[in-house]
Design a protein around this ligand. Structure first.
Ligand code: HEC
Length: 126
């Protein structure tokens, strides 16, 4: 919790200096995203070779939904026809069971646009 607040305030400080290098901004986004990812890491591994209760999210951006070979996805997600574009990741984390009714993933609700930005920056870094 402490580190989350610290992460967020570093991020806010960085964002207020808009002339700061893009690269360090990206690092701050990723750090903030890593904090938010704690809501996901109970079920999702950041090791590409490991599925946990949920499928690995390494390389998930622009991956076809339900496409990892060794994970038992729900029929609902397999038939969704989705690709995990940034836009679809936003819809998914804002209300996964609304985007894909019948999914096995427990309901999550991250509707804050900035939090979604951080999370996506982190997922891209995996
Ligand atoms: C309680 C466990 C749990 C939590 C917490 C959780 N997930 Fe999931 N996640 C799953 C399961 C199970 C699936 C597979 C769903 C299905 O087959 O319908 C899944 C699927 C996914 C997928 C689709 C992956 C693919 O290969 O198609 C994404 C993306 C995803 N989760 C992102 C997240 C993010 C981001 C968070 C945190 C905000 C999160 N999940 C939190 C269990 C969880």
């Amino acid at each position: 919790m402490k580190s989350k607040i610290l992460g967020m305030s570093i991020l806010a400080a960085t964002l207020s200096f808009t002339s700061f290098a893009q690269a360090s901004n990206e690092k701050m986004m990723q750090a903030a995203g890593q904090e938010i990812f704690k809501k996901c890491s109970a079920c999702h591994s950041t090791d590409a070779s490991k599925n946990a209760f949920g499928p690995s999210l390494v390389g998930v951006i622009n991956r076809k939904a339900a496409s990892l070979p060794r994970f038992a996805y729900s029929d609902a997600l397999r038939k969704s026809g989705l690709t995990w574009t940034e836009a679809n990741i936003r819809r998914w984390v804002a209300g996964n069971d609304i985007l894909v009714p019948g999914t096995r993933m427990r309901h999550v609700q991250i509707t804050d646009k900035a939090e979604q930005d951080y999370l996506i920056a982190y997922l891209k870094s995996l």
